[in-house]
Design a protein around this ligand. Sequence first.
Ligand code: ACO
Length: 329
Amino acid sequence: MLASFKSIGAYVPEKILSNEDLEKMVDTSDEWIQKRTGIRERRIAEDEITSDMGVKAGEIAISRAGLRKDEIDAVICATISPDYFCMPSTANMISHKLGLNPVTSFDISAACTGFIYALNMAKSFVQSGTFKNVLIIGAEKLSSIVDYEDRTTCILFGDGAGAAVIGRTEMQQEAIIDVHTGADANYSDYLITPGGGSAEPTSLETIKNRRHFMKMQGNATFKVAVKTLTKDVIEILEKNGIDSNEIDHFVPHQANYRIIKAVGDALKMPKEKVALTVGKYGNTSSASIPMAINDLYESGKLKRGELMLLDAFGGGLTWGSALVPFGGE
Ligand code: ACO
C-alpha cells in the first residue's frame, strides 16, 4: 500500500498583532524584529481555542480531498498548546467538533516538528493498511503559553492551524517518498515550558515566577537550528538519490527568515522555490509547515505531482524532514 498527501487546508484567526502593537507592550522595535526575524505581524486567536482552529483547517482539508467526514479513520493533532493539559486530547476534541465517527484520535508533542512526526505516523498507518484516510493537523494557540512580558519570545509566535489528509494511492509518482524524524534531549533546556508538569507541578510559586510560559535560549537555538535543518535535508536527499534542483517547493519551518535563508542558501535553493510565510504569521510551531503549504496551494503555485521538501526543527530538541509529492487536485 502507498500513502499520498491528498489535500491541504489552513485557518488563521482574524486579529493581527503587529510589530507596532508589540512596541507598546515590551521594549522592542519594528526595526529590530524585522531585521532579526523577518516577522511583520502574527495572528492571535481571541475567542477561539486550539481545537476550533484545527476544526476549520480540517474541514477544508477533508473537503479538498473529496472525502465525506465518515471516510476519515483517524485524527492526529500535533500541538504544544492543547485545549487541555493532559486530557482530553485536542485531536479528540477536533474529531468530536467535526462530527466524525468515533475514530482513533491522539495528540503528538514534538513542538515545531510535530506536523512531520504526524505525517510519519499517518504514512505508516496508511502503508500498513491500519487506516485508509488519516487527518493530520498542526494547530496552535501559542498566545496562551507566550509571556507577553518577555521580549525575547513574545515577538516570535502566532496562532493558526493547518491540516492535511493522508490516504491511499496506487500511483508511485504520487506516493510520499520518505519521512525522517529525530530528537535529542541534550538540548532540552533550549526551549522549555518548565512549570506545570511533573517536574514542577503548578503552584503559586510556579505561577508567580511565570514558569508556565515558554522559555527559549534564542541565540543558542538559532545556531543548532541552522546546522540541524541543513544536515537533515542533505541526508534525506542523499538517501533517496534526489538532487536539490529536482525539488519544486522547499517548505521549511517558519521560525525566522534568517534561518530559512541560511538553509536555503546551503542547499542552493532558488528564492522562488522557498515557501515564506513567517513575515505575516510569525512562528506558529506545528502549524507553520501546513500553513505554508496551504499558502502555496491557494496562490496557485502548488500543482499535483510537484515535489515538496519539508524541513522542521523545534523544542525537544526535535527535527524532521520529508520528501512529499503533492497528491491533491
Ligand atoms: N527587541 C529588542 N531587543 C531584543 C529583543 C527584542 N524583542 N529580544 C532580544 N533583544 C536583545 C537582547 O537582549 C540582546 O541584547 P544585548 O546584546 O544587550 O544582550 C540582543 O537583542 C541580541 O539578542 P540575541 O538573542 O543574541 O539575538 P538574535 O540575533 O539571536 O535573535 C532570535 C533572537 C530572533 C530569538 C533568534 O535567536 C532566533 O530566531 N532563534 C531561533 C528560534 C527558533 O528557531 N526556535 C525553534 C522553533 S520554536 C519551537 O519549537 C516552539
